[in-house]
Design a protein around this ligand. Structure first.
Ligand code: NIG
Ligand code: FE
Length: 419
C-alpha cells in the first residue's frame, strides 16, 4: 500500500495499545473507538492515528503532510465512514480440489460426518480429487477462495495442508499456499496437517502412516521451509493422543509450533496434548468438559472455536460464553473446507458467535480479530488498530453500532478493504 493519510474517518473501531497479545474474560467485552479521526499509514504499517483536530491544528492538511515529509503520501477521504481492523481467520482449509456436493446431499438425507468418513468419503474423497488435480489448477481454485475471503474483509489467515495424505501431494498443497503468500498482499500462515486422516494406501496400518508423517513428510516439509505450524486431527476415529504426541514432537524438532484439531467428535484428550506442547491454539472444542477449561487456564494456548462447522454439521456449539465467564480468552475461525464448513465468511462466524454462542458483539468481534490473530502467532502485526501493526482494514459503508454487523448478518456492510 502506498503511504496514505486517511482523513475524516467517522469512527475508528478496535483500537488497542501496543503490547496487548490477546483479550481474556471481561476484557473481551470492550472495544475501544475514536470518532472523527485521521490515520496515517507508512511503509504498510500504522504510523499514527488520532482526532481530526490534530490535522486541523496544524492549520491545514498540507502542513501536516509536510511535517510527515511526504509529497508521496496519498490522502484518502473516508467522508465519515467507519474503519475496523480486518478479520483474522486462524483455521482454514481453502486449498482443496473440486467440492463434495454428493456428501452434502447424503448429509441432508441423514448420514453423519462420521458415517460418510467410514464409507471412505469425506477427507479421503478430497484427497482423491486433489491427487488428480494439477498444482496450477489447485492454485487457480484456491486463489478464487482467497479473493472471496479478501472481499469479505479477512486479510490475515492460516491455511492448512491435509488433503494430500501422500508426501508428494502434501508438498503440492503447501507449495500452493506459498504461491498464495507470494501473490496476495495479505498475511498467511501455513500449517502442515499430514495427520488429517490415514491415506488410503495405509488403511488398517495407522501406525505406519504415523511413521510416514514423522519420518518422511515432516522432514520434507521442513527442508522446503513450507510450514509454520504442525497440526493433527486428534479425535475419535482419526488419531490417538499417543500418535498425536509423536507427530507434534516430530514437527517441533523442526521448529513447527503445534496447532490441534481436538474434541470435535468426542472428548479426545487433544486439548491436553496440545497444551503439553504449548500449541498456539487448540481448535474445534465442540465437546469439552470443565477439565479442558482448567487445562487451558494459565497456558499460552488459545481456545479456538469453529461455529461454522457446528452450523453445517448440526453439532453442539463450543462453550465460548463459559470460557469468557471463566476469565479465559476465546477465538473464532471459519474452518472453511468442503466437508464440514463450506463458508469462509468471518462476518457470518461473528454472527454465529453472537446468535448461537451468546457472545456479545464486542466479545465476538474480539474473538474474530485480536484473539484470532493470537491463535496464529500474528498478534504483533494484525487484529487491532495499533501503531506499528500492518495496515489491514475494513471500511464500512456508514458509521454503525458494532452490533449491526452480526445482527443484520447478511446486509452488505463493507465499502472497501485496504490491504
Ligand atoms: O476441521 N475436522 C477435521 N477436519 C476438517 C474437516 C475436513 C473435511 O471434512 O474435509 C474440520 O472440520
Ligand atoms: Fe479444520
Amino acid at each position: 500500500m502506498k503511504d496514505t493519510l486517511f482523513v475524516n474517518i467517522g469512527r475508528i473501531v478496535g483500537i488497542l495499545p501496543q503490547g496487548v497479545r490477546k483479550l481474556c474474560g471481561k476484557d473481551m467485552g470492550k472495544v475501544e473507538t475514536l470518532d472523527n479521526a485521521y490515520l496515517l499509514v507508512k511503509r504498510g504499517k500504522i504510523a499514527s492515528f488520532g482526532p481530526m483536530s490534530d490535522v486541523d491544528e496544524q492549520n491545514s492538511r498540507a502542513v501536516f503532510l509536510k511535517k510527515n515529509d511526504a509529497e508521496s503520501i496519498q490522502v484518502v477521504d473516508l467522508s465519515g465512514k467507519m474503519l475496523l481492523p480486518a478479520f483474522c481467520d486462524a483455521h482454514t482449509h481453502i486449498v482443496y480440489a473440486g467440492d463434495r456436493q454428493q456428501e452434502f446431499v447424503d448429509k441432508i438425507n441423514g448420514l453423519s460426518y462420521e458415517e460418510i468418513a467410514k464409507r471412505g468419503g469425506g477427507i479421503l474423497n478430497s484427497a482423491d480429487l486433489l491427487h488428480s488435480t494439477s498444482e496450477d489448477e489447485l492454485f487457480r481454485q484456491a486463489s478464487g477462495r482467497l479473493e472471496e475471503m479478501i472481499s469479505q474483509g479477512t486479510l490475515t489467515m492460516e491455511i492448512k495442508s491435509g488433503y494430500g495424505l501422500r508426501t508428494e501431494d502434501e508438498l503440492k498443497m503447501l507449495r500452493v499456499i506459498r504461491r498464495l503468500k507470494e501473490k496476495y498482499p495479505v498475511t498467511i500462515k501455513s500449517t502442515f496437517l499430514g495427520a488429517h486422516a490415514v491415506g488410503r494406501e495405509y488403511a488398517g496400518r495407522q501406525d505406519e502412516y504415523v511413521d510416514l508423517v514423522c519420518n518422511e513428510m515432516i522432514p520434507a516439509v521442513a527442508s522446503g521451509n513450507l510450514a509454520d505450524f504442525v497440526d493433527v486431527f486428534c479425535d475419535e476415529g482419526f488419531f490417538t493422543v499417543e500418535q498425536t504426541d509423536r507427530i507434534l514432537k516430530a514437527g517441533m524438532k523442526y521448529g513447527m509450533r503445534p496447532k490441534i484439531h481436538a474434541n470435535e467428535l468426542a472428548v479426545s484428550g487433544g486439548v491436553q496434548v496440545g497444551v503439553k506442547y504449548n500449541a498456539v491454539s487448540v481448535d474445534h472444542l465442540e465437546r469439552t468438559t470443565d477439565v479442558e477449561m482448567e487445562v487451558l487456564r494459565n497456558s499460552d494456548t488459545m481456545p479456538l472455536m469453529l461455529p461454522g462447522a457446528s452450523f453445517f454439521l448440526g453439532m453442539p456449539y463450543g462453550r465460548a460464553k463459559d470460557y469468557v465467564r471463566a476469565g479465559l480468552p476465546v477465538a473464532l475461525a471459519s474452518d472453511c473446507n468442503p466437508g464440514s464448513s463450506p463458508s469462509c465468511d468471518m462476518r457470518f462466524v461473528m454472527a454465529l458467535g453472537c446468535i448461537k454462542m451468546r457472545l456479545t458483539p464486542e466479545e465476538s468481534f474480539n474473538a474474530c480479530t485480536i484473539n484470532a490473530a493470537c491463535a496464529m502467532g500474528c498478534e504483533d502485526v494484525a487484529g487491532s488498530v495499533t501503531v506499528g501493526k500492518k495496515a489491514a482494514f475494513i471500511v464500512t459503508n456508514k458509521v454503525m453500532e458494532l452490533g449491526f454487523i452480526p445482527y443484520f448478518h447478511h446486509t452488505p456492510f463493507i465499502d472497501r478493504v485496504f490491504a
